[in-house]
Design a protein around this ligand. Structure first.
Ligand code: AMP
Length: 425
């Protein structure tokens, strides 16, 4: 019996991997355009990092972590998200001692034990950024604008940007209290999960997808009416900068997101056509997290984007835009000395950066032409006995079937110069 991949994981096959490369190229380029530098942290960390960093009552920590003991009986966890590891590294290497703000980005796999469905996996990829050391609302807006630029450059046009503020430890307690007293009489009607949230994090009840909980919180008080002046001004500035940048957004007063560490701004970007798992990215400000994790008081703001979902949305919206480009050329030969010439020329062409291939199965010319076609080659260089005697390769342009003869000595240079030119008919 053969062995299948674990549930909730994906193989990224040729045809898809090229799409990933296009996405990754855009991520690296755009993050760097905004002044962010890449950080790569381990795939696993001490379990305690996530318990402290994300919060023990969150769904991720209480139900979704891949936690195991290693042979030294240490409790380790495959990272379920990127922020806690980046904060850990920021502190461990005392990056706060360098010029602030520190702007970091990451790209890599995350692991959550969730029920797999379209757009939700147990191993999935995220890219994200974290900016430390500034509480400026203009930085929140930079953070929102960056993933939008990635989506747009790739051809994703239809998405919704939702923002909200969830206050800070100064103003949130009064709001939490108001929410609790609003729900006090109906607490027993909340879903089991929300009943446990009632005491420790009642705001997360607003996020519940259960119809009963949504109904019970329909007329709940809104955080906006409880914000301190600092949080209110901050939110006004975020909205003003978004307007200056002409970023379309909606203010969703119920948006809270699932982590304990956020303060002030939170945001989520959604693509409706993705169905139940429609969030393609989200983030927010976390001005207390660095301190809570043992560092000096340091403001922070960041986001994470699910890369599979971006590709799914792109396939829906941009179709062919992600189609990988084919090979540049194919060298057809007939064995013996003609094969030698093909092997040498292929080597030279590849050194010049062209994508070329040749036959390794002693196939007929017809079969080689078919292989060339399948590979997307723009030209085929035919090297037969006659071509060897004349010291000239025959080049067939696949788009119209025309042929030309080119000296073997100059063929590689000629094709390198010509081979990348767009074909206009
Ligand atoms: P979060 O860290 O939960 O805010 O997630 C950030 C983004 O990662 C989400 O907006 C999704 O795009 C993506 N994401 C989260 N969980 C999963 C998952 N299990 N499978 C695929 N993508 C996910």
């Amino acid at each position: 019996m053969t062995i299948a991949r674990p549930r909730g994981t994906n193989d990224i096959l040729p045809g898809e991997s090229e799409q990933w490369q296009v996405l990754e190229e855009a991520i690296h380029r755009i993050c760097q355009a905004y002044g962010y530098r890449e950080i790569r942290t381990p795939i696993f960390e001490h379990t305690e990092l996530f318990e402290r960093g994300i919060g023990e009552t969150t769904d991720i920590v209480s139900k979704e972590m891949y936690t195991f003991s290693d042979r030294g009986q240490r409790s380790l966890t495959l990272r379920p998200e990127g922020t806690a590891p980046v904060v850990r590294s920021f502190l461990e290497h005392k990056l706060y001692g360098q010029a602030l703000p520190t702007k970091l980005y990451y790209v890599g796999p995350m692991f959550r034990y969730e029920r797999p469905q379209a757009g939700r996996y147990r191993q999935f990829y995220q890219f994200g950024v974290e900016a430390f050391g500034s509480g400026d609302p203009a930085l929140d807006v930079e953070i929102i604008a960056m993933p939008i630029q990635v989506y747009k450059e790739l051809g994703l046009e239809t998405f919704e940007v939702c923002i909200n503020t969830i206050g800070c430890p100064d103003c949130r307690p009064a709001y939490r209290e108001a929410l609790r007293s609003h729900l006090a009489d109906s607490k027993s009607q909340l879903c089991r999960s929300c009943q446990t949230k009632y005491d420790r994090s009642p705001m997360r009840i607003l996020d519940c997808k259960e119809a009963t909980c949504q109904e019970l919180t329909k007329d709940a008080p809104l955080i906006l009416d409880y914000l301190c002046s600092g949080c209110r001004d901050h939110f006004a500035e975020v909205k003003r900068y978004l307007e200056l940048l002409e970023v379309d957004f909606v203010h969703d007063p119920r948006l809270v997101r699932g982590f304990d560490y956020y303060t002030k701004t939170v945001f989520e970007i959604k693509v409706e056509s993705l169905g139940a798992q429609d969030a393609v990215g989200g983030g927010g400000r976390y001005d207390r997290l660095v301190e809570e994790m043992g560092g000096p008081p340091t403001a922070g703001v960041g986001y994470g984007v699910g890369m599979e979902r971006v590709l799914l949305a792109l396939q829906q919206q941009a179709g062919d835009a992600l189609k990988p480009s084919g090979m540049d050329g194919f060298l057809a030969q007939f064995g013996g000395a003609t094969k030698e010439q093909a092997v040498v020329l292929a080597h030279r062409l590849r050194a010049l950066g062209l994508k070329v291939d040749l036959d390794y199965l002693d196939r007929s010319l017809k079969a080689q032409m078919k292989a060339a076609n399948r590979s997307g080659a723009r030209w085929v260089m035919i090297i037969g006995q006659e071509e060897l005697e004349n010291n000239q390769a025959r080049i067939r342009w696949m788009y119209d079937g025309t042929e030309e003869a080119v000296d073997f000595d100059t063929a590689a240079q000629y094709l390198a110069a010509k081979g990348k030119e767009p074909i206009t008919q």
